[in-house]
Design a protein around this ligand. Structure first.
Ligand code: ATP
Length: 352
């Protein structure tokens, strides 16, 4: 029996987003869009520069009006909610710099509680606990007393997330939250948001250009092309159906569905059979591709064997039936390959 469709925390039907230019003139950036955010899911909004990700997020947050269509949050039309009601339903972190430089981090994060307390309302013990939890979750407790204007871009980004978490809304919308973060912090943020969605039942939507992180962390992807229709699905379905590769091919990028990565190199040199498995074989293939070789799985005149097991990796290179050479490192292997006698380039296009 099929599970019943989950209720939507946010629902959009025939939504067109964009800008009213002059009287009666509108510029549709994207649409018509049919979208739903469900409890407990992390959704990543992907698309090239200018596709309309920020425009869509701002529209979903009620910060700019839709050009057309229906938009509901918690079963109620977004436009029918007061600002305070809306702030209890959804929190939003945009890329714009906030004019909050003279506040301390703690004061800024406390502002997140105001939809619950009213602007003059004082914070209860529960509110203080929510603020402390948001600071702890984002790793910002240590600089709670510092001025927002004195933070680095990455620190400020984490503080803005803390404010959204303190707001404790069913829907969280984030525009490029990983933009200023270093790699460990980007990974930590995606992990945090995924865990948060799972443990609290919030629906979290974030736009990002971090394709590989999004493919790993997202429960669903919204793929917004520069032109054409929005595609949605689990990252894996979008990869296996070729939708993901097709979307980025148009941007001139080759997506390898076997490794889930974008090819940086387009090797066209001699084919090399790489024999072996595991991490050593993977990194050997990567190094060979960088040097222009085409690593393949089936027999070729040139063969590199990466022995498995506990022994120190040692690379065996064999050309035809000549005796094998042994190398201790990939660097030594790469240095030795051009020294080999010329051999006929087999016409192999496949990468394995
Ligand atoms: N205030 C505005 N008035 C008119 N057009 C706008 C306005 N802001 C943005 N646009 C246009 O809307 C389109 C979508 O912009 P948007 O910022 O939503 O894209 P994006 O997908 O978030 O891009 P990026 O990845 O570069 O952040 C662009 O063509 C942009 O020039």
């Amino acid at each position: 029996m099929m599970a019943p469709a989950p209720t939507s925390l946010l629902l959009a039907e025939d939504l067109a987003v964009g800008y009213f230019l002059r009287r009666k003139n509108a510029r549709v950036v994207a649409g018509p869009l049919h979208l739903a955010l469900h409890p407990g899911e992390l959704v990543c909004l992907l698309g090239p520069n200018g596709a309309g990700k920020s425009t869509l997020l701002r529209t979903l947050a009620g910060l700019q009006p839709p050009l057309a269509g229906r938009l509901e949050v918690g079963g109620v039309p977004l436009a029918a909610l007061s600002a305070a009601e809306r702030a209890r339903q959804l929190s939003v972190v945009l890329t714009d710099r906030l004019d909050a430089a003279t506040l301390t981090v703690q004061e800024l994060v406390r502002l997140g509680r105001h939809p619950h307390t009213g602007w003059l309302g004082s914070l209860t013990a529960y509110d203080h606990a929510q603020v402390a939890a948001a600071l702890a979750a984002t790793g910002t407790t240590a600089f709670a007393a510092r001025l927002v204007g004195e933070l680095s871009d990455g620190e400020r980004q984490k503080v803005m997330l803390a404010r959204a978490l303190a707001q404790d809304t069913p829907v969280v919308l984030l525009d490029e939250p990983t933009a200023h973060l270093d790699l460990p912090n980007r990974v930590a943020l995606m992990r945090l948001l995924h865990r948060l969605a799972r443990t609290t039942g919030k629906a979290i939507l974030l736009s990002t250009h971090e394709l590989d992180l999004a493919l790993q962390a997202a429960d669903r992807v919204w793929l917004l092309p520069a032109t054409g229709a929005l595609r949605t699905g689990t990252p894996e379905d979008l990869v296996l159906s070729g939708t993901f590769a097709a979307a980025f091919e148009r941007e001139g990028l080759a997506f390898d569905s076997a490794s889930g990565t974008f090819a940086l190199h387009t090797p066209s040199g001699p084919a090399v059979q790489v024999v072996g498995e595991g991490a050593a074989a993977f990194w050997t293939r990567r190094a060979l591709e960088r040097e222009g070789f085409v690593p393949i799985a089936h027999p070729a005149p040139l063969r590199v064997t990466v022995p498995a097991g506990a022994q120190a990796p040692r690379w065996l290179v064999q050309l035809g039936d000549r005796p094998a050479q042994s190398h201790e490192t990939i660097e030594a292997l790469l240095r030795a390959l051009p020294q080999l006698p010329k051999f006929e380039k087999p016409s192999v296009n496949a990468t394995a």
